[in-house]
Design a protein around this ligand. Structure first.
Ligand code: NAP
Length: 290
C-alpha cells in the first residue's frame, strides 16, 4: 500500500483563509487582532520561528508587537514586559518564544501571562481547562494534529490513538484533546519508560510520533492501514545538503508510507499547521476581548 501524503501546507492555507475572514470582520468593527511577541536572545532557530509567525500574522491582516530582548535580560525585566502587555487592551495575545535562557524560570514566565491572552496554551489555567474539558486555549501543535486528522476525514471516535512522547507542549495536551468526549479516541501514551514500544504502536489506528528522535518509528512498528502523524523535527547531518543537515521526522517516511494509509511528511506536514493554529488562537483572543 502506498500512503496518501497529507499536505499540511494546503490545510494551513485553508485555515488561514477562515482566519482572514474573521479578522476582516473584526477590523470592520475597529479591532485589529494583535500578538505581543517576546524573543529573548538571538538563537537562530527561535528567531526564524518568530519571524515566520509574524509574517503569517501580517498575511492574515493581524498585527504583532515585537519585543526583542538581549540574552542577558533578567527575569524581573521580562516579567515587567509581560505585565505591560497584559494591561494593554490593544494586545490580544502574548507569545514568549521558548526556550528561554537558562537563568530565567520558564514556569514563572508562562504563569505571568494573563490566561485570556495565553495563545500558546501553556499557562496552568489553560492546561487545567483542557484537562477538565472546558473552553480555553489549546496548544497549537496538538490542535494542528487534530485539525489535520479531521481534514483527512480520519475517523477519531473509538479509534485507538497511540502518542509517542509526553512533553507538556505536544504529547500531554494531545492525549487530553484526543480523549475529550467530542473526539472520543481511546488513547495510549508512550515514553522512554514504555517497555516494547512496538507492541503499542502496532495496535494504533492513529500513530502520532512526537519523540524528537529521527527514524524512531520504522515500518515494522506500523499497523497496515494506520494513519501516521509525524510531529518530530530533527536535524540529521547531511554533507550533500546546503546547510549540512536535513530535516527528518521521527518516522522512517519511505518505509512507513508502504504500510500506512495516510502519512504526514517532514517538513510540510504538522509544522505549517502549528502556525495556522496560533493564528486561530490570536483571532479567538481578539474576538473574546470584544
Ligand atoms: P521533548 O520535550 O524532548 O519530549 C520528547 C518526548 O518523547 C519525551 O516525553 C520522551 O520521553 C519521549 N521519547 C524520547 N525518545 C523516546 C523513545 N526512544 N521512545 C519513546 N519515547 C521517547 O520534545 P517535544 O518538545 O515534545 O518535541 C518532540 C518533537 O516534535 C521534536 O522533534 C520537536 O522538534 C518536534 N516539534 C515539532 C513541532 C511542529 O510544529 N512541527 C512543534 C513542537 C515540537 P520521556 O518523557 O520519558 O523523556
Amino acid at each position: 500500500m502506498a500512503a496518501l501524503v497529507i499536505d499540511g501546507k494546503a490545510a494551513a492555507q485553508k485555515s488561514g483563509e477562515e482566519v482572514r475572514e474573521r479578522v476582516r470582520f473584526l477590523r470592520e468593527k475597529g479591532t485589529i487582532p494583535c500578538l505581543g511577541v517576546i524573543l529573548v536572545g538571538e538563537d537562530p532557530a527561535s528567531l526564524s520561528y518568530v519571524t515566520a509567525k509574524e509574517k503569517a500574522l501580517a498575511e492574515t491582516g493581524m498585527a504583532s508587537r515585537d519585543l526583542r530582548l538581549a540574552a542577558d535580560t533578567d527575569e524581573a525585566t521580562l516579567l515587567s514586559h509581560i505585565a505591560a502587555l497584559n494591561e494593554d487592551p490593544a494586545v490580544h495575545g502574548i507569545l514568549v518564544q521558548l526556550p528561554l535562557p537558562a537563568h530565567i524560570r520558564e514556569d514563572r514566565v508562562i504563569s505571568a501571562i494573563d490566561p485570556r491572552k495565553d495563545v500558546d496554551g501553556f499557562h496552568p489555567v489553560s492546561v487545567g481547562n483542557l484537562v477538565l474539558g472546558k473552553r480555553g486555549f489549546v496548544p497549537c501543535t496538538p490542535q494542528g494534529v487534530v485539525t489535520l486528522l479531521r481534514e483527512m476525514n480520519i475517523p477519531l471516535a473509538g479509534a485507538h490513538a497511540v502518542v509517542v512522547g509526553r512533553s507538556n507542549i505536544v504529547g500531554k495536551p494531545l492525549v487530553n484533546l484526543l480523549s475529550r468526549r467530542e473526539i472520543n479516541a481511546t488513547v495510549t501514551l508512550c515514553h522512554t519508560g514504555t517497555r516494547d514500544l512496538a507492541r503499542y504502536t502496532l495496535d494504533a489506528d492513529i500513530l502520532i510520533a512526537a519523540a524528537g528522535k529521527a527514524g524512531l518509528i520504522t515500518a515494522d512498528m506500523i499497523r497496515e492501514g494506520a494513519a501516521v502523524i509525524d510531529v518530530g523535527v530533527n536535524r540529521v547531518p547531511d554533507p550533500s545538503a546546503k546547510k549540512g543537515y536535513r530535516l527528518r521526522g521521527d518516522v522512517d517516511f519511505e518505509g512507513a508510507a508502504e504500510r500506512a494509509s495516510v502519512i504526514t511528511p517532514v517538513p510540510g506536514g504538522v509544522g505549517p499547521m502549528t502556525i495556522a493554529m496560533l493564528l486561530r488562537n490570536v483571532v479567538q483572543a481578539a474576538e473574546d476581548s470584544e
